[in-house]
Design a protein around this ligand. Structure first.
Ligand SMILES: CC(C)(COP(=O)(O)OP(=O)(O)OC[C@H]1O[C@@H](n2cnc3c(N)ncnc32)[C@H](O)[C@@H]1OP(=O)(O)O)[C@@H](O)C(=O)NCCC(=O)NCCS
Length: 142
């Protein structure tokens, strides 16, 4: 497995991987080709892919809001699960977020998601307890 920064050339493979892994994503909103190209241009080091040969088998996006780092859209191809790919991607992303000054790294998990909750707990993440996540959106697609 090799890891490298993703570019917009990888866009179709990223969307396909998210689709296969069942993770929710917004191809008409913040995950559209145009939006992703813009985001990659701003902070390219926070878009990471894991590859087996030329095949994309894992992806993760980091965001840095200047107070915390966030792990987004982490996904591994189902037929490549439990081989340490998620671990490798997350460790590298944590390192990159720390280098940018983040001392807290967070992730939001749509529950129920047993695999993801077990995975992040194993990686040292602790559930916060009582948080209600509210958002105000310009549309359902963003
Ligand atoms: C969560 C996910 C990224 C894990 O990727 P992965 O490459 O399979 O993870 P790893 O092989 O590095 O697993 C590390 C550890 O996490 C835990 N883990 C991973 N998948 C698990 C599962 N399905 N059930 C229980 N524990 C699991 C295990 O402790 C595992 O260690 P082990 O294999 O030695 O027991 C992957 O299951 C996935 O893509 N899920 C669908 C998308 C998703 O929900 N993403 C998270 C959004 S917040």
């Amino acid at each position: 497995m090799e890891m490298r920064e993703l570019t917009i050339e990888d866009y179709d493979a990223i969307i396909e991987l998210w689709r296969e892994s069942g993770i929710s994503h917004r191809p008409k909103g913040r995950d559209s080709r145009e939006e992703m190209e813009k985001q990659m241009g701003l902070i390219p080091e926070l878009f990471l892919g894991a590859f087996e040969g030329s095949v994309l088998v894992g992806v993760v996006i980091g965001t840095d809001d200047t107070r915390k780092g966030w792990v987004n859209r982490l996904a591994v191809r189902p037929d490549h699960g439990r081989r340490g790919i998620g671990t490798a991607l997350l460790r590298e992303m944590e390192e990159r977020l720390r280098r940018r000054g983040n001392r807290i790294i967070g992730v939001l998990i749509e529950t129920p998601n047993e695999a993801s909750e077990r995975f992040f707990e194993k990686m040292g993440y602790e559930p916060y307890g009582s948080i209600a996540y509210l958002s105000k959106r310009d549309s359902d697609e963003v």
